[in-house]
Every structure is written in structure tokens, then in C-alpha cells.
Design a protein around this ligand. Sequence first.
Ligand code: ZN
Length: 94
Amino acid sequence: MATLKCSRCGQEREAVTNVAFYTGDVKDKLMANACQVCWDEWIKMQIMIINEYRLNLMDPKTDEFLNKQVLAFFNLDGGAKQASVDYVPPEGAE
Ligand SMILES: [Zn+2]
């Protein structure tokens, strides 16, 4: 079983094995830095964010937004703020 030092909790834990719809650079960073325990927390957070911001998963801007959020959650974005209150969902996104 692969372990890593998680960038969120800082503990040596089982590495995440599946990062859902995240791809490319984001996926690579998550697979290299995220533990399964924190990933499970992120999934709950992601659901809250999607509900809170009424995100449309068919909108490419949603991908972009969630990419930023997941990197912030795992401290992989160089210090950008998580779940920014400045975010305004695009008008007529649906
Ligand atoms: Zn962790």
C-alpha cells in the first residue's frame, strides 16, 4: 500500500487512489500529495461547495473553480484562499 506525507494533515498516510474527475496537473499533484483520509474530507467539502455556490457541473468554469478549491484545500496552490467569498457564480450558467 502506497503512503505519502500528506500536504494537508502533514501525516504519513495511505495515498489517495482515485481523485474522481480531476485530471492533468491537478490530478498529478493530488496523487502525489493527498492522503485518503483528507481526500474523503475534501469530497464532503466539495459537495458543500457545489451546493453553496450552486455550481453547474456541466460548466467548464465549475471545473476551473473546483480545481482551485481542491488545490487550496491541500495547500498546493501557493497560498490562495480556500472557498473564496469573492467568488460570484457566472450569471445564467445553467
Ligand atoms: Zn492528509
